[in-house]
Design a protein around this ligand. Structure first.
Ligand code: SF4
Length: 378
């Protein structure tokens, strides 16, 4: 059942129409991409308690990586040729997490976003581009870190009110939508997506995809959309979506979203090879170094496996940066893309901050690594 009172309204007939889309209605992509990353679980504290999630730890048990631990992870990633520092969170730890807040205070920070800024700076200094997923964010929180992130993200998951989100601390679709809108207003290249199988129905899936499309039409900032199936784990025994459900959802996403918005299925959570013909063109962030801390029971496939998926589909596999190329200034692009204007987000802000641009253009090992991924020379 869709949530009432969403700030982005979608026409009922468009929802019905999208529900009728099947894999036969879409074309496969002509290439697949991926990004080499390291996964950095900055904190496992979270104000919410989604019933399918094994990432969060309760107060007293939650972890907070130290600056030194962050530095070690990103160094290892840079040495392994990665380009992305993927910072994951729970959602803004509330005041039940006294130990986390005490530790942050000891390190000179009054909020997790203040600490995220320091963490991003460590990543940039060590030669990785930050992509942070801090959950719901106010404008003030997001503004505190945008200039140190190449891109950011949050999963919309669903526009429906589902029991998997309920309880004392309820994650609401409206806050997620507001976060995605704020990213658009601030000119932040953004990744979002839907979670399939948490109690939503087909109309909810269609509505969620159409809400994402509307936000992209307004701001041009959605770089990719992830279609993620929920997976069974020690907290979730509610079942997983069937392959048929996944294929139909991916096809609906491809049909709903403009061509320039990439479509991703995480290959460690879903049989990506079974949905390539439904329109995915990205295999996500793949880490040669760290685990997937959100889904630790589901190991990343080796990069070799990604090559096999692309080979089987008969398409090239292309590495990419955490920020998609069309958001880069013209001197840092090789694709000739003429869709979303790279230098003119709807907000009038720049897509890429001066700090990120400097890192991309720098005559350093990291700068050369970034530019070789783009394919615009060293
Ligand atoms: S899914 Fe995200 S918001 Fe929900 S409990 Fe897990 S970390 Fe928190």
């Amino acid at each position: 059942m869709s949530s009432d009172g969403l700030s982005v309204s979608v026409d009922r007939s468009a929802i019905q129409q999208l529900c009728s889309v099947s894999p036969a209605d879409v074309e496969p992509a002509d290439q697949l991409s991926f990004c080499r990353n390291v996964f950095i679980p900055l904190t496992t504290a979270c104000r919410y308690t989604c019933t399918y999630c094994t990432y969060f730890d309760p107060p007293g048990q939650a972890s907070l990586l130290s600056p030194q631990e962050i530095r070690e992870i990103v160094r290892e990633g840079a040495d392994a040729g990665c380009t992305e520092a993927l910072f994951t969170f729970g959602d803004d730890p509330d005041d039940r997490y006294t130990a986390i807040h005490d530790q942050l205070a000891e390190w000179g920070h009054d909020s997790i976003h203040s600490y995220l800024r320091e963490a991003c700076e460590i990543a940039l200094d060590e030669g990785l581009l930050p992509h942070a997923n801090p959950g719901d964010q106010t404008r003030e929180q997001m503004e505190a870190v945008t200039d140190y992130n190449a891109s950011m993200g949050v999963m919309l998951e669903t526009t429906a009110d589902v029991t998997a989100h309920s309880g004392k601390r309820t994650k609401t679709p409206e806050k997620r939508i507001q976060t995605i809108r704020t990213a658009g207003e601030l000119g932040v290249p953004f990744t979002t997506g839907i979670l399939v199988g948490i109690g939503e129905d087909w109309e909810d899936r269609a509505e969620s995809l159409l809400v994402i499309r509307k936000l992209h039409e307004q701001f041009g900032h959605i770089q990719e959309v992830i279609i993620q199936p929920v997976v069974e784990n020690e907290r979730w025994r509610g079942g997983e979506p069937t392959l048929e459900t996944l294929r139909r959802t991916v096809a609906m996403a491809r049909h709903a979203l403009p061509e320039e918005v990439s479509l991703q299925v995480p290959p460690n959570l879903a049989p990506a090879e079974e949905v390539v013909d439904c329109g995915i063109d990205d295999l996500g962030g793949v880490s040669p170094v760290t685990d997937d801390h959100i889904n630790p029971e589901y190991a990343w496939p080796a990069l070799k496996r990604l090559e096999e998926i692309a080979d089987d589909a008969g398409v090239p596999l292309q590495e990419r940066l955490p920020v998609y190329e069309r958001y880069l200034p013209s001197g840092l692009r090789s694709d000739g893309f003429s869709g979303t204007p790279a230098d003119r987000p709807a907000s009038g802000e720049r897509w890429i901050s001066a700090r990120i641009r400097d890192e991309l253009e720098a005559d350093t090992e990291a700068g050369r690594r970034y530019r070789s991924v783009i394919g615009c020379g060293t």
